[in-house]
Design a protein around this ligand. Structure first.
Ligand code: CA
Length: 707
């Protein structure tokens, strides 16, 4: 702890940007361990190894926050979704953007120092469930590490942005992607991947940070029986996991369990904690004959950082069947619970409960509901650690309205912890989705659609009122993990969170436009707010240069929200917004209105419209929204120039004419007349919109909620 002050004072005196720049080489294990003691920097994702998203800086505080103004902003070269948490090392800010690009900026002025574009082939964008986002980088020993949408892990020279090494971490013949931040520990870079909506088998790999040489790999779910991976996970998979899986669909489909977001290094217990994802296909009825716990889906798995050897696991949802996962951010703490000091890991996974788990052995300490209206379980049994499920929730004998929906009561957005209040701050969402087992069985499909094993026929478009899903309600909550209760809540959306010693919590909101707010950490009172041209999804960070404190946040519509927007606009670039006291920079302008609708008034047959709507819901909504309306970062097709011309439409949908922009050919899944019926449906929606009678989107769909 004492290490920093003298050295940092020295750096402050002697270090121009260039010198500070070289100092990135100084990020090592010791410095990461003591990250909280140098609050002028934000050297690891999460702010410190505990993932607290907390800073001891307090120049900006409850008294001064009213003076907060824009210091500078920086436009990215992409209009796609932005979920990144920047890093700051000695005056240099590193930020990743959509399409896995990286910028190094002067943290005080925003001047670009370097830019790296990994040239991700845009047709690989189809491998993402929820936009081509990236959630951040890692910095270590003079290198910046980034994972790419097409599955590479790249080490860049922190001083120049030039690649030092690059490895392909994922098989290219399956729909894997990387959107999460790499995690560095003990000389290794650890990276997971996504793809459990498609045909992926999740795994986490550790690479030597200097050379990129693979050190270990841990598969999350078992593969083909009798075919070992010759990896460290073979033993626990055969001993613990294999007996919990049934049939042969799981390994043919991939099985899922992808660790696409949360990976944490716990130095106290010398372990890597891996948050794992949902099953592939979603529906356990098809994935595993409807039985078994299906380890290690939807779990926190602890492994040795040097070898990847299994230590313990806690499974949040045994036999997961709802796209519930445990990939949400984790946070380490030492809490006095029941008079005893407990080393805990905390997580609010998708399923609506807030978990406090003993991180020395994986035993559950508490699990508290944090949203109203949970339908799948009445609680979590603290003795067994297992949920008390509603039997109907497994939709074996008919459709079931699941709440929280597949978007989760809480998802990837950062939680923050303030030691001054003892509270964890997070955004939660109450939503729902009707789950129904696909009537015609399940066959795994590669290269395009979700593999969920759910019913998508026309019958799903008009369900009885008894299956009505709740209106989406988002809230900001402050959770007391010791007492297991919500200390205060705010009926307003919360994105990712930052807490500071200034008594403040910061969070962003919005969709196509948005705001950044500062709340009083004690009671949630809104102390400061600023309108932003883009919605804000990830958590802000804070840092200081030459004694001046800054708040930085990445903004940009997209992610899982890409297909839903109450107020579509013309696309606008994602941005970094940086604030300081008395900042006077001018906020960029709001985005322009969207292009006009392109309905034709052509006579359309209701039966074809209805069939087209069901097809659209199955294949198109995850990018283009429902009912046929999108944020327009990816085009709202009711406004598409291709709509009026059948030939152009066919060339795009089936011929792959826009594959280089990410719209791949769907001809393997969609017949020519089906494509035409989808066009009929969108045209009908465009016609309705032109007449001003368009239905308003009332809820996110499964596609929009999924991660
Ligand atoms: Ca998922």
């Amino acid at each position: 702890m004492g290490r920093g002050l003298t050295m940092l004072a020295l750096i402050a005196l002697t270090c121009g940007v260039g010198a500070c720049h070289r100092k990135a080489s100084g990020v090592d294990d010791a410095r990461m361990l003591a990250a909280a003691s140098e609050p002028e920097n934000w050297i690891v994702n999460g702010g410190d190894l505990a993932g607290r998203h907390y800073s001891a800086l307090k120049e900006i505080n409850t008294e001064t926050v009213g003076r907060l103004g824009l210091a500078w902003s920086f436009d990215f070269d992409t209009t796609r979704g932005q979920e990144s948490e920047p890093l700051v090392v000695d005056g240099v800010l590193y930020v990743t953007t959509a399409w896995s690009k990286v910028y190094a900026l002067d943290a005080a002025t925003g001047r670009q120092l370097w830019f790296y574009d990994p040239q991700v082939p845009q047709e690989t964008g189809v491998n993402t469930c929820c936009d081509v986002v990236n959630r951040g980088a890692a910095v270590y020993h003079g290198k910046v590490y980034v994972g790419t949408i097409d599955g590479r892990l790249i080490a860049l020279d922190a001083g120049t942005g030039k690649p030092v090494w690059s490895v392909q971490t994922t098989p290219k013949d399956r729909m894997y992607s990387i959107t999460g931040a790499p995690r560095v520990a003990r000389g290794k870079v650890i990276i997971g991947n996504g793809g459990a909506e498609f045909d992926a088998r999740g795994f986490v790999t550790a690479y030597d940070a200097e050379t990129g040489r693979k050190v270990w790999r841990f598969y999350v779910v078992p593969g083909q029986p009798g075919v070992p991976d010759h990896e460290v996970s073979d033993e626990p998979l055969e001993r613990l996991a294999r007996p919990t899986w049934f049939g042969d669909t799981y390994w043919k489909a991939g099985g899922g369990g992808t660790a696409w977001n949360a990976i944490l290094y716990d130095p106290d217990e010398n372990q890597i904690l891996i948050g794992t994802g949902n099953g592939t296909p979603w529906n356990q009825h098809y994935r595993s004959e409807g039985r078994g716990d299906n380890l290690f889906l939807c779990s926190i798995v602890a492994v040795d950082p040097d070898t990847g050897a299994y230590k313990w696991h806690y499974q949040v949802n045994p036999g997961e069947t709802w796209d519930y996962n445990a990939t949400q951010p984790m946070m380490l703490a030492d809490l006095r619970i029941g008079g005893q000091l407990r080393k805990v890991v905390m997580q609010a996974p998708k399923n609506g409960f807030f978990y406090v788990i003993d991180r020395t052995n994986g035993q559950l300490i508490s699990a508290t509901p944090i949203v109203p209206g949970i339908t799948w379980a009445s609680g979590i049994d603290l003795k067994t650690g297992r949920p008390i499920e509603n039997p109907a929730a497994r939709y074996r004998n008919g459709p079931f309205m699941l709440s929280p929906g597949p978007g989760g009561a809480h998802n990837w957005r950062a939680m923050a912890f303030a030691p001054e209040t003892g509270l964890v701050y997070l955004g939660v969402m109450q939503a729902g989705l009707v789950y129904e087992t696909a009537a015609n069985g399940f066959t795994v499909r590669h290269g395009g659609p979700f593999n969920d094993g759910l019913e998508h026929g026309e019958g799903t478009l008009s369900r009885p009122p008894s299956l009505a899903v709740p209106q989406v309600v988002t809230r900001t909550i402050a959770f007391d993990p010791v007492r297991g209760r919500i200390a205060w809540s705010l009926d307003k959306q919360g994105g990712g969170f930052l807490a500071t010693a200034g008594g403040l919590v910061f969070t962003g909101r919005g969709t196509t436009t948005g705001e950044l707010v500062a709340l009083d950490a004690r009671n949630g009172r809104e102390l400061w707010t600023v309108h932003t041209p883009n919605g804000v999804m990830p958590g802000p960070i804070t840092y200081a240069v030459n004694g001046q404190q800054y708040i930085a946040v990445v903004s940009g519509m997209g992610g899982a929200q890409i297909g839903s927007a109450p107020n579509p606009t013309s696309p606008q670039p994602g941005r970094l917004l940086v604030f300081r006291l008395d900042g006077t920079a001018r906020m960029p302008a709001d985005p322009a209105p969207p292009p006009p609708f392109t309905g034709t008034g052509r006579a359309l047959q209701p039966a074809r419209i209805s069939h087209g709507a069901a097809l659209f819901s199955e294949y198109c909504t995850r990018c283009h929204g429902v009912p046929a309306r999108a944020s327009n970062q990816i085009p709202d097709l009711r406004r598409s120039g291709a709509l009026a011309d059948a030939g152009t439409w066919r060339q795009v949908v089936l011929g792959g004419a826009l594959a280089h922009q990410g719209m791949v050919s769907w001809q393997r899944f969609i017949e020519p007349d089906d494509a035409e019926m989808i066009r009929d449906y969108i045209e009908s929606e465009a016609d309705m919109a032109m007449k001003g009678s368009a239905r308003q989107p009332d809820r996110p769909t499964a596609r929009e909620q999924a991660q």
